[in-house]
Design a binder for this molecule. Structure first.
Ligand SMILES: Cc1cc2nc3c(=O)[nH]c(=O)nc-3n(C[C@H](O)[C@H](O)[C@H](O)COP(=O)(O)OP(=O)(O)OC[C@H]3O[C@@H](n4cnc5c(N)ncnc54)[C@H](O)[C@@H]3O)c2cc1C
Ligand SMILES: NC(=O)C1=CN([C@@H]2O[C@H](COP(=O)(O)OP(=O)(O)OC[C@H]3O[C@@H](n4cnc5c(N)ncnc54)[C@H](OP(=O)(O)O)[C@@H]3O)[C@@H](O)[C@H]2O)C=CC1
Ligand SMILES: O=C(O)C(=O)Cc1c[nH]c2ccccc12
Length: 387
C-alpha cells in the first residue's frame, strides 16, 4: 500500500530524475557550483542501459571526442571508438570523482508544480519498502533518457510464437544461437549490429527492414559532426553524407529492399527523430547473403512468421530491436511547454532544455552524449544564475 513517509533529505534544491549519463553529468555540473542535488534512479545501479541492457560487442559509434561528459575527458590512451567495458569504467570514475550518490530503486511516479508553494511536488516509489515518499524541490530535471522503456510492437499472434522472443535490451551475444533461425525485427543501430553479431556466431540470420534508411560509416559520422561543429549548415552536410554514402555503399535498394529516404541523415534526425544507421560490418554480410533482408511482418502463427509480401518463414528466435518509448507524460503533470506526448522537447534546439517553473530536461534532443554534455552544462549555469 502507498504510505507517505517523511525524511530529512526530502527537500533538496534540485531533483534529477534518472541516473544515466545525462543525470550523472547534470549532477556533476551542479556540484561544480556547489548546488545540492538529489538523483533518483528506478533501477539498482547508475547507467543501467550500459551496465545491464546492451549487448557485449557494442562500442560508442561516435568518436570519443563527441562522447565526453563535462569536465572529464577520456584517457588519451583509449581507442577512438570506446568499447562498452571502457565506457562503464569511465562512468565509474566519473561517479567516484564527483562523489555522486544516487538513490536507487526510486521510481518517480508523479511530479507537479505547486503554485502556492512555488515548488515541485515529487512522489517517488521506494522499491525497497514499497512506500511512496514525497519530496519537494525548486528545480526539477528530467533525465529519464530517450531509450528507457523498451518497445515491442503488437504483432497479431505473437503470443502463439513457439520459440523465444525478446527485446534487444536482453540480447548479449550470438553464442546461444549458433545454427538457429533467428529473425531480427528492426534495422536501427541495435538491429543492424545484433544481426551482425548473430551472423558472426553462425546463426541463420534474417533482418526486417521496412522503411528507408540512411546508411553511413563511422568516418562519415565523424566528418559530419566536425562540419556541424564548424557551423556548416546541416543541409550542406547532408548532401556530402548522401554523396559519400552512394560512393561507399552504392544503390542500397539492391540489398536492403528499401531506398534512401528523401532527407539526408541529419535532416531525418531533426525531422523524425530517426538516427542514421552507422554501419559496422552488417552491410558486407547483407551483400554476401549471409544476412537475409525481409520486408515488414504481418502476423505470427506458431513458429511461422507471415510477412507483408505474403510469404511465410520459420524462426526459432525473434529479437525485437524495435526501439524505445518514453513515459514521462504518465508522471509529469501540468507541463504544457517543455515536453510533448512522447516525452521529447517541444522547443527547438538550442532552447530545448529549459522549461517553465524550474523544469529542465537533459539528453532528450537526439544528439547523443554530445547533446547531454551541452544540456547538463546549460542547466547548471542557468540554475546557478537564479540563486
Ligand atoms: C546500444 C546503445 C549505444 C549508444 N551509443 C551511443 C554513442 O556511441 N554515442 C552517443 O552519443 N550516444 C549513444 N547512445 C545514446 C544513449 O542515449 C546514450 O548512450 C545514453 O545512455 C543516454 O543517457 P541518458 O542518461 O539520457 O539515458 P539513459 O542512459 O537511458 O538513462 C535514463 C535513466 O533514467 C531512469 N529512469 C527512467 N524513468 C525513470 C523514473 N520515472 N524514475 C526514476 N528513474 C527513471 C532509467 O532507469 C535510466 O537509468 C547509445 C544508446 C544505446 C542504447
Ligand atoms: N553502437 C552504438 O553506438 C549504438 C547506438 N544505438 C543508439 O541507441 C538508440 C536506440 O537504437 P535502436 O535500439 O536501434 O532503436 P531505433 O528506434 O533507432 O530503431 C528501431 C527500429 O525498429 C523498427 N521498427 C519499429 N517497429 C517495427 C515493426 N513493427 N516492424 C518492423 N520494424 C519496426 C524501426 O523502423 P521504422 O523506422 O520503420 O519505424 C527502426 O528501424 C539510438 O540512438 C541508436 O543510435 C543503438 C545501438 C548501437
Ligand atoms: O550532434 C548531433 O547532431 C548528433 O546527431 C550526434 C549523434 C548521436 N548519435 C548519432 C548517430 C549518428 C549520427 C550522429 C549522432
Amino acid at each position: 500500500m502507498a504510505i507517505l513517509t517523511h525524511h530529512d533529505h526530502q527537500e533538496p534544491m534540485v531533483i534529477i530524475v534518472g541516473a544515466g549519463p545525462a543525470g550523472l553529468a547534470t549532477s556533476a555540473c551542479l556540484k561544480k557550483f556547489s548546488i545540492p542535488n538529489l538523483l533518483l534512479e528506478k533501477e539498482d545501479c547508475y547507467s543501467p542501459i550500459w551496465k545491464k541492457y546492451t549487448y557485449d560487442r557494442v562500442h560508442l559509434h561516435l568518436a570519443k571526442k563527441f562522447c565526453q561528459l563535462p569536465h572529464i575527458p577520456f584517457p588519451s590512451s583509449s581507442p577512438t571508438y570506446i568499447p562498452k567495458k571502457e565506457f562503464i569504467q569511465y562512468l565509474d570514475d566519473y561517479v567516484s570523482y564527483f562523489n555522486i550518490t544516487p538513490l536507487y530503486k526510486r521510481t518517480v511516479e508523479f511530479a507537479k508544480f505547486d503554485e502556492s508553494k512555488g515548488k515541485w511536488v515529487v512522489k517517488v516509489r521506494n522499491g525497497n519498502s514499497g512506500d511512496v515518499d514525497e519530496y519537494f524541490c525548486k528545480f526539477l530535471v528530467v533525465a529519464t533518457g530517450e531509450a528507457s522503456y523498451p518497445f515491442i510492437p503488437k504483432v497479431p499472434g505473437l503470443e502463439s510464437f513457439k520459440g523465444k522472443a525478446f527485446h534487444s535490451t536482453k540480447f548479449k551475444n550470438g553464442d546461444k544461437f549458433r545454427g538457429k533461425n533467428v529473425l531480427v525485427v528492426g534495422c536501427g543501430n541495435s538491429g543492424m549490429e545484433i544481426a551482425l553479431d548473430l551472423a558472426n556466431y553462425g546463426a541463420n540470420t534474417s533482418i526486417i527492414v521496412r522503411s528507408p534508411i540512411n546508411l553511413i560509416s563511422r568516418e562519415m559520422a565523424y566528418l559530419g559532426l566536425m562540419l556541424l561543429k564548424y557551423k556548416v549548415a546541416y543541409t550542406v552536410v547532408d548532401n556530402i553524407m548522401v554523396m559519400l554514402s552512394k560512393i561507399m555503399y552504392g544503390d542500397i535498394s539492391k540489398y536492403y529492399g528499401v531506398k534512401r529516404p528523401e532527407e539526408g541523415p541529419f535532416a531525418s534526425k531533426i525531422k523524425y527523430g530517426k538516427y542514421p544507421v552507422i554501419d559496422v560490418g552488417t552491410y558486407q554480410k547483407i551483400k554476401s547473403g549471409e544476412i537475409q533482408v525481409l520486408p515488414g511482418m504481418r502476423s505470427i502463427r506458431g513458429n511461422d512468421v507471415v510477412l507483408e509480401n505474403g510469404k511465410c518463414h520459420q524462426f526459432d528466435v525473434i529479437v525485437f530491436a524495435t526501439g524505445f518509448k518514453r513515459t514521462t507524460h504518465k508522471w509529469l503533470h501540468g507541463d504544457e511547454y517543455l515536453l510533448n506526448e512522447d516525452g521529447l522537447p517541444k522547443p527547438e534546439f538550442p532552447e530545448h532544455w529549459k522549461g517553465k517553473n524550474g523544469l529542465y530536461c537533459v539528453g532528450l534532443s537526439r544528439r547523443g552524449l554530445y547533446g547531454i554534455a551541452f544540456d547538463a552544462q546549460s542547466i547548471a549555469i542557468h540554475i546557478n544564475s537564479l540563486l
